[in-house]
Design a protein around this ligand. Structure first.
Ligand SMILES: *Cc1c(COP(=O)(O)O)cnc(C)c1O
Length: 422
């Protein structure tokens, strides 16, 4: 019998997929793992997690009891013990259609809705459906990182257009036109914005739709932060412009209801002129759901109740805390040397902050900054390179207010300590 050493020396016929061995900081989870491994365990202070838009751990952000009760009822009813339909159960699809139609000129039908395991699976699905060799997709820079990963694994070439910090992170439409060609299938926007914390205006979204129409491409709109707005611009869903160019909306209850662990979301087609249907997209989406996993039936069963019955007080209460947090974050950052916040955050749960590396004595780049900050101050902030912008930082402010204050204070003393002497 062969012993352990000869087994390890043997040449095996398998190895990890090389697509899955990227640098850790190119995904959010990878960057977080790196930061966590650098935390100093002998620091008695609590770790301040300003790196992940995941506030559900803080009691002030716990979900509505109405949502929790709906889940319990769905389980106890025993109505949802069987396999759900591949595209989602009809009551759940109808509930999403009604929920989203409140803000749309053209009413959605349940047939426009597909249930997914969070917004993440919705994104993966549409990129898979659009994928193919020689085709390309346009992503914003900066971007929530997994669009890049999903697009590449679907065989799509990724091209980036710019978001403009000096224009409140609006899409640079000229850069969209410059990178598009006859093999471009679509463009992705994220509104309200992650990582930028911006909210697009009605007139800007209309221009995005008109640009896409000119190019003959569809718009994929990630609206996972839909309605989480607290500035001047109201939330306008991209589906409003579905008659200008076909739109696919991705969303979930993860962020608005603070339940990312429940894994339920949706992919919705806005296709009043039947263009997606004519071009085989709807058929491909249906086919894809025949082979992909789906959210648990009882969560789908609870969804109509969650969407229709959650009270306004829950939303306004949470929004109030996030708004205050965004303000104290923005004001607090003004006092931190070496960082500048180009715009006041108006939506989502985070903001992008520019780092002036030349101000610091011994910091190489944003990743180095974040690793040292984790080590020395037990504060976790996401390096900009994880969202495609080197020497920026993504700061999440949706955490308990006392943690946020403490986090900004520690960030400030870190920056002062590492600043070049005058
Ligand atoms: C959190 C987040 C997602 C993932 O949402 P899930 O519903 O948890 O899958 C997708 N897009 C953006 C921009 C996010 O911030």
């Amino acid at each position: 019998m062969e012993n352990g050493t000869t087994l390890t020396k043997k040449k095996w016929g398998f190895s990890g997929n090389s697509d899955l061995t990227e640098e850790p900081e190119t995904t959010i989870r990878g960057a977080l793992t790196l930061l966590m491994s650098n935390l100093n365990i002998s620091d008695d202070r609590p770790v301040i997690p300003m790196s992940l838009s995941e506030p559900s751990a803080f009691p002030c952000f716990s979900t509505s009891h109405i949502a929790a009760d709906a889940i319990a009822e769905a389980v106890q009813s025993t109505d949802f013990n069987g396999y759900p339909a591949a595209e989602g159960i009809l009551p759940a699809r109808r509930a999403v259609a009604e929920y989203l139609s409140q803000d749309l000129p053209n009413k959605l039908s349940p047939d426009d809705v597909f249930m997914t395991m969070g917004c993440q699976q919705a994104a993966q699905t549409i990129l898979h459906v659009l994928g193919g060799s020689k085709l390309n997709i346009l992503l914003p820079k900066p971007c929530f990182p997994y669009y890049d990963v999903f697009a590449q694994s679907s065989g799509l070439e990724v091209r980036f257009f710019d978001l403009l910090p000096e224009k409140n992170w609006e899409v640079d439409l000229d850069s969209v036109i410059a990178v598009a060609d006859e093999n471009t299938v679509g463009m992705v926007i994220i509104n309200p914005g992650n990582p930028c914390g911006n909210v697009f205006t009605y007139s800007h979204l209309k221009k995005v739709a008109e640009t896409a129409r000119k190019l003959g491409i569809l718009v994929i709109s990630d609206e996972v932060y839909g309605h989480i707005v607290f500035g001047e611009n109201p939330f306008v869903p991209m589906g409003v412009f579905g008659s200008i160019t076909p739109v696919i909306t991705l969303g979930s209850i993860s962020k608005r209801w603070m339940v990312p662990g429940w894994r339920i979301g949706w992919l919705v087609t806005h296709d009043p002129d039947g263009i997606l249907k004519e071009n085989g997209i709807i058929r491909s989406i249906k086919q894809y759901f025949h082979i992909s996993p789906y959210p648990p039936a009882f969560i789908q069963g609870a969804l109509p109740h969650i969407l229709a019955k959650t009270n306004k007080e829950f939303f306004s209460g949470v929004l109030n805390i996030i708004k205050k947090a965004s303000n104290s974050c923005y004001e607090g950052l003004k006092d931190v040397p070496g960082v500048t916040c180009p715009t006041r955050p108006e939506g989502s749960m985070c903001v992008l902050v520019k780092l002036d590396i030349s101000m610091f004595e011994d910091i190489k780049d944003d990743l180095d900054f974040c690793v040292k900050l984790a080590k020395e101050e037990s504060v976790m902030i996401l390096p900009g390179m994880s969202v495609g912008l080197r020497n920026w930082l993504r700061v999440t402010f949706a955490i308990d207010p006392s943690y946020l204050q403490d986090g900004i204070k520690r960030l400030k003393s870190f920056c002062v300590r590492h600043s070049k002497r005058a």
